[in-house]
Write a protein that binds this ligand. Structure first.
Ligand code: NDP
Length: 329
């Protein structure tokens, strides 16, 4: 079996040299364990943080050991009572062809209801992040004007569409290319702009117009957060989901944070893992939205475990539309 190991910790932007493709023996199954052939694995921005040797909400990846992350696979051998060969499962040991894990750490998924890859994105952690970030963290209310950055990405594209489905007055998205901007409009965003076209603040002001913005779903941090603070309405609410602009580059701003005082703005950070109590509520709503075509989702597939490091690097550079997924097997 093959696996991708962390060969060295990236400083700044990760490169292929930080990763290593290695052969690994598949251990014999212990009582309760299953052997899984991985079909799809997720690459996610949060993995960049785990490549640093710093204490965070998830422990850092170990050097010279396989990376980890969301994956969907098929059970090929089972010593667990709750799994049988052929079951499709969601689990946390991606970045390898075969995984051996305790059956308790695997969730059986229904691939009749949705394609297996969807459980890594729209029906998985990505979708839950969008839903709880918007509705629980930012306390979205019908009639709000919503701005989301990273809007053509996995989380962002869902945030905008969920906001529309729940009755937003206006949804504004920002993304990194003209093609992505057009795609956002096709998905039903009311306004969209390319953040490379000029100062974010100017583009956002223009898009928001007299309405201002009530909710900002922040995937990017830095200049985007500063712009949102400056355009935000009184009692605005900001869900701090991610800050991808500073995962590989030095942090910048926001320099105008004190504006939150007079405008009585709430900024609330969150980690999706703390909101698992909403998983069922989310799953039933999202299933409905997908059936009614109120939410559409994109997936960008990269083929082959050996290409997973490059897929991860490309994700940070914006090569993806919607969820970035590596196809295995
Ligand atoms: P995406 O699919 O959004 O992929 C990342 C995107 O970030 C790229 O496509 C790129 O698009 C954009 N990007 C990269 N650099 C910059 C930059 N300097 N400025 C603006 N945009 C940039 O990934 P996810 O949907 O998986 O994650 C989105 C965010 O949500 C991340 O910040 C992630 O860390 C966070 N997150 C947080 C969770 C939580 O529990 N708090 C859970 C899951 C995700 P473009 O072409 O537009 O630049």
């Amino acid at each position: 079996s093959r696996e991708i190991q962390l060969a060295s910790r990236p400083e700044g932007w990760p490169t292929e040299e930080n990763f290593r493709l290695a052969e690994a023996a598949v251990p014999e199954l212990q009582e309760g364990q299953i052997l899984v052939r991985n079909l799809y694995m997720s690459v996610d921005p949060y993995m960049r943080g785990r490549m640093n040797d710093v204490k965070s909400y998830v422990p850092p990846f170990t050097l010279d050991a396989p990376l980890e992350g969301g994956a969907v696979g098929e059970v090929v051998e089972s010593r667990s009572e709750s799994h049988k060969p052929g079951d499709k499962i969601l689990h946390g040991l991606g970045w390898r062809d075969y995984a051996v894990l305790d059956g308790k750490r695997a969730r059986v998924i229904d691939t009749e209801q949705a394609p297996a890859s969807a459980y890594l994105g729209v029906l998985g952690m990505t979708g839950l992040t969008a839903y709880v970030g918007l509705t629980k963290v930012a306390e979205f209310r019908e009639g709000d004007v919503v701005f989301v950055s990273g809007a053509a990405g996995a989380v962002g594209s869902l945030v905008g569409q969920i906001a529309k489905a729940l009755g937003a007055k206006k949804v504004i998205g920002s993304a990194g290319s003209a093609e992505k901007v057009q795609h956002l409009l096709d998905l039903g965003f009311d306004e969209a702009f390319n953040y490379h076209d000029g100062p974010v603040k100017d583009s956002l002001k223009k898009a928001a117009g007299a309405d201002g913005i009530d909710v900002y779903f922040d995937n990017v941090g830095g200049e985007h957060l500063e712009a949102a603070l400056s355009v935000m309405n009184k009692f605005g609410r900001i869900a701090m989901c991610g800050a991808i602009s500073q995962y590989n580059d030095a942090p910048v701003g926001p320099r105008n944070l004190a504006i939150a005082i007079g405008k009585e703005i709430t900024l609330r950070g969150f980690i999706v893992g703390s909101y698992n109590q909403y998983a069922d509520e989310f799953a039933s709503l999202m299933t409905g939205w997908l059936q009614e075509n109120k939410v559409r989702y994109d997936e960008t597939f990269v083929d082959g475990l050996e290409n997973a490091p490059q897929a991860f690097i490309d994700l940070m550079k914006g090569a993806n539309k919607g969820k970035m997924i590596v196809t295995l097997g």
